[in-house]
Design a protein around this ligand. Structure first.
Ligand code: 5AD
Ligand code: SF4
Length: 441
């Protein structure tokens, strides 16, 4: 396998930050073995599709891209094609019925097996599928090479995986499995290691981080991380409103390293829709939570996920959703049309009875409203000074650098390579639709 180990890999990543981190771990592990990355699909010896199936669209994208790789395989029969992530978990062997050119199908708990499977396929030329769930998820403990990341001063850290909430529309519990928590000592050790290598910001990841319990609670974990020297910023995603405890709200009061931002998906503003979604909170209690967080941390910013067109969503239900948006005034809102996910409770029990036209129209109106709010929020920041952690050279202007405020707003300002990784006070001079422009204060 020696010569082969000098091969080139191309990883396509779809979906959430969890998948981004999994891709970085695969990339890291294969680099250690001698593989090098390539941008050119045609040059690759191994192509990995790290897939997402949370919504119908993401699923279709993965399947159609997989179909497109068939011609690469016919041109280069020694090419190894692997499918990982949620579609691999959901479909397993069925993928190969439609896509016989796929060599490796690797489920969400089996990521650590990738190098072995590549070796098997290479030596024996037969396809491999591993999609079993396990009690522990070994890949959560893989520490990726931070040097391969495009944000060297920010590390993403798995603290848990999977979900036991079973929101009626959601496929995640079926493709990521039950909630598995990583031991807090391992989390703190990994963060200590990153800090000693110059990482300043940690981003804790899990499908529902506030229900974390890996030996201590989530607020306990945040307090532990706060004590690690060198770490200056702590972020986390994603959170379920029903699990935002008083202990977590207190963290926003007490821990100055905890960034002034929370992603808090609300999905709908209608109590009847929320009930049918199995979300365990109401319009009123969600707004109460927002108020609590605001009084604990007055400069906190909010982002969220929402969907339109859930079964039986009436005009009034939809207006209740818009009311939440108008009241909270999120900085960023990820909005989707409901799509049926096979295997979920909603797919089995409810009719997808809001027409496609109505879903499109509701989404369009909602997005127009949010666009205005995002811009107004940005405008309100003009003249104020924010601490910005510089991430890199701006993609659109090589004379500028870009970074993020504690509130997670993107800021561009004049600067060079030498500023990367520094936290600087920046005065905002201009509001753009999705970013801010500033100058050193
Ligand atoms: N249809 C539409 N959107 C969905 N999401 C999850 N499942 C579905 C579905 N079946 C959205 C939710 C979730 C985000 C990651 O994707 O808003 O928070
Ligand atoms: Fe899906 Fe609900 Fe779990 Fe989030 S909390 S991953 S929406 S089941």
């Amino acid at each position: 396998m020696d010569g082969f180990m000098k091969g080139r890999i191309k990883i396509f990543t779809y979906g959430c930050q969890m998948n981004d981190l999994d891709s970085l771990k695969m990339h890291s592990g294969l680099s250690t073995l001698g593989f090098t990355p390539t941008q050119e699909t045609a040059e690759a010896d191994i192509i990995i599709l790290n897939t997402c199936s949370v919504r119908q669209k993401a699923y279709e994208k993965a399947i159609s891209n997989l179909g497109r790789l068939k011609s690469h395989k016919s041109r280069n029969p020694s090419l190894i094609i692997a499918v990982t992530g949620c579609v691999a978990q959901q479909e397993g062997e069925r993928i190969r019925e439609r896509m016989p050119h796929v060599d490796i199908i690797l489920g969400t708990h089996q990521l650590h097996r990738l190098p072995d499977l590549i070796e098997h396929v290479h030596n024996a030329s037969y396809p491999m599928t591993e999609t079993d769930f396990s009690e522990s998820i070994p890949s959560m403990d893989i520490v990726p090479d931070q040097g391969l990341s495009d944000h060297p001063h920010r590390s993403y850290i798995n603290i848990m995986q999977g979900c036991d909430n079973y929101c009626s529309y959601c496929i995640v519990p079926y493709v990521r499995g039950h909630e598995v928590n990583r031991d807090y000592k391992k989390v703190l050790n990994e963060i200590g290691l990153h800090a000693s290598r110059g990482v300043k910001e940690v981003f804790l990841l899990g499908q529902n981080v506030n229900s974390y319990n890996g030996g201590i609670t989530f607020p306990g974990l945040l307090r532990g991380i706060h004590g690690i020297e060198g770490i200056e910023r702590i972020r986390f995603t994603t959170s379920h409103p029903k699990d935002v405890s008083d202990g977590l709200i207190d963290c926003f009061k007490d821990l100055d390293k905890l960034c002034s931002h929370i992603h808090l998906p609300f999905q709908s503003g209608s109590d009847s829709v929320l009930k049918a979604m199995n979300r365990h909170y109401t319009h009123h209690s969600y707004l109460g939570l927002i108020e609590h967080l605001r009084s604990a941390r007055p400069d906190i910013s909010f982002s969220a996920d929402v969907m339109v067109g859930f079964p039986d969503e009436s005009k009034q239900d939809y207006l209740d959703t818009l009311a939440i948006i108008k009241t909270v005034r999120f900085d960023v809102l990820y909005s989707f049309k409901y799509s049926v996910r096979p295997g979920t409770a909603a797919a089995a029990q409810l009719n997808d009875n809001v027409s496609s036209e109505v879903k499109i129209e509701r989404l369009k109106q909602l997005q127009a409203l949010q666009k205005r709010i995002t811009f107004e929020n940005n405008q309100a920041r003009i003249g104020k000074i924010y601490e910005v952690l510089v991430d890199g050279i701006s993609p659109k202007n090589p004379l500028q650098v870009h970074g993020r405020t504690s509130q997670n707003a993107i800021v561009n300002f004049l600067g060079d390579q030498g500023l990367i990784g520094k936290i600087l006070p920046i005065c905002i001079t201009r509001a753009n639709q999705n970013s801010l422009t500033g100058e050193m204060a």
